[in-house]
Design a protein around this ligand. Structure first.
Ligand SMILES: [Fe+2]
Length: 303
């Protein structure tokens, strides 16, 4: 975000780096947002709405994969890469743009105590991590250590992540909590949101071109992560909800097994915080353009 000054100080009082993930959310939403901007990580148990999201997505996956009796997590290996990507592209588009899924997200946001009048969100994305996927050059960006803010999102970005299955720590991802306030040398200046979506949203949502990952340039760290820095991983149950600041440095773990990992994620901002400059510290984000104008409003515009 060019509007943010990488050398600016955080707008909230820094707290100590979290060494664990909390299972209980502050009751007050302002306190929750402040805790997230300061680096707190939360993982809460499944709710009625997250279960509904998981179930609806699994039904779409079953339709897309051809009424599989077998474990959905093993189904992709029956298809060619191109065919699997094509079918998942249709599904990704449906999840991202479907009004019914926007409504489910709004319900979840309300459950979390956010004020829909103030919220705007980047809707649901389906993430698919296949065993050995890290060896596929078209998927390499998925495994970069990164901050979501490097993709043209503001410092007030809050990310939600929901797994479709019970997962062991080696099947999820890791946070590098101390890097919230520490520079991770990166090339985020190469990312221009407006250029990225100029030709339409197929690249953004990943529904058309399986080779796009070979051509598009995505921000990544330059150099390596300090080996003494904590890598905070986690296990999870289907429908759990992980909440974290989009400024946290994190990295998907490479998977070696035959089972595919499916998860949903979404992003949101509280517009009052955004306008007031409240958010996580910006130590190194130089991405250009802004995704915010394309966010979906918390309150649906009247037809
Ligand atoms: Fe991410």
């Amino acid at each position: 975000m060019t509007t943010a000054n990488p050398s600016s100080t955080p707008s909230s009082t820094p707290s100590s780096t979290p060494s664990s993930i909390s299972s209980s959310l502050p009751a007050d939403n302002a306190a929750l947002r402040t805790a997230l901007y300061e680096g707190s990580l939360f993982k809460t148990a499944a709710t009625t709405t997250t279960r509904e999201l998981v179930k609806a997505t699994q039904e779409l996956l079953r339709e897309a994969l051809g009424d599989v009796d077998e474990d959905l997590r093993r189904a992709p290996s029956r298809l060619s890469n191109d065919e699997f990507f094509r079918r998942m592209g249709v599904l990704r588009r449906r999840l991202y743009l479907g009004e019914d899924f926007h409504e489910l997200l709004r319900r979840l946001v309300v459950e979390l105590g956010f004020d829909l009048e103030r919220v705007a969100f980047d809707p649901l994305r389906l993430r698919i991590i296949q065993g050995g996927g890290h060896a596929n050059p078209a998927a390499k960006a998925v495994y970069y250590p990164h901050r979501d803010t490097w993709y043209g999102h503001p410092q007030s970005l809050i990310v939600g992540w929901i797994p479709l299955d019970d997962l062991a720590p080696e099947e999820t991802f890791v946070f590098y909590p101390e890097y919230l306030r520490r520079v991770a040398e990166n090339d985020s200046e190469i990312f221009d949101y407006d250029a990225w979506v100029r030709e339409g949203w197929s690249l953004k949502i990943g529904w058309q071109d399986p080779e796009a990952g070979l051509r598009a340039r995505y921000p990544q760290m330059i150099g390596t992560i300090d080996p003494s820095a904590q890598a905070l991983g986690f296990d999870t149950r289907a429908g759990d909800l992980l909440l974290f600041a989009g400024a946290h440095l994190h990295q998907t773990r490479a998977q070696t097994g035959e089972r595919t990992r499916y998860s949903l994620d979404f992003r949101l901002v509280d517009r009052a915080d955004l306008d007031a400059g409240r958010g996580a510290p910006n130590v190194d984000n130089r991405s250009r353009g802004s995704a915010v104008p394309d966010y979906v409003p918390g309150v649906a515009p009247r037809a």
